[in-house]
Design a protein. Structure first.
Length: 122
């Protein structure tokens, strides 16, 4: 069977499953909120639609809930782990490696001054 044909056959199910997952997640958030927070923090219980709105608000503020590598791991954004640099970090790393110890110290002092921190005493 042609894989493209199978994909088209199942394509209509993705929005339905996404909508069902959102509804289920709203019920879970409502249950957790109403089971824990009113007694713990003296808050009011929330309705189902308030729970769904809370999920949407969190999605807007915090982004994706782990559904992939995320925007910071895409090529061109420089990676997110120590020792891992993307295309944008090469020139800075080379510049840093070419600096003398005194140049590095001056650079650190200038960055501390710009950030409003007191100078280092070494």
């Amino acid at each position: 069977m042609n894989q493209r044909h199978t994909y088209r056959k199942r394509f209509w199910m993705f929005p339905i499953f996404g909508f069902a997952a959102a509804l289920l997640l709203g019920a879970i958030v409502r249950w957790l909120w109403n089971a824990i927070l009113p007694e713990l923090l003296n808050t009011n219980p929330i309705s189902y639609w308030q729970a769904v709105g809370l999920i949407v608000l969190c999605r807007i503020l915090f982004g994706n809930f782990g559904g992939g590598p995320g925007r910071w791991r895409k090529p061109g954004f420089g990676g997110g782990f120590p020792g891992e640099g993307g295309p944008g970090f090469g020139p800075w790393r080379n510049k840093w490696m070419d600096m003398t110890d005194e140049d590095r110290k001056k650079f650190r002092q200038e960055m501390r001054r710009r950030c409003g921190k007191p100078p280092e005493n070494e």
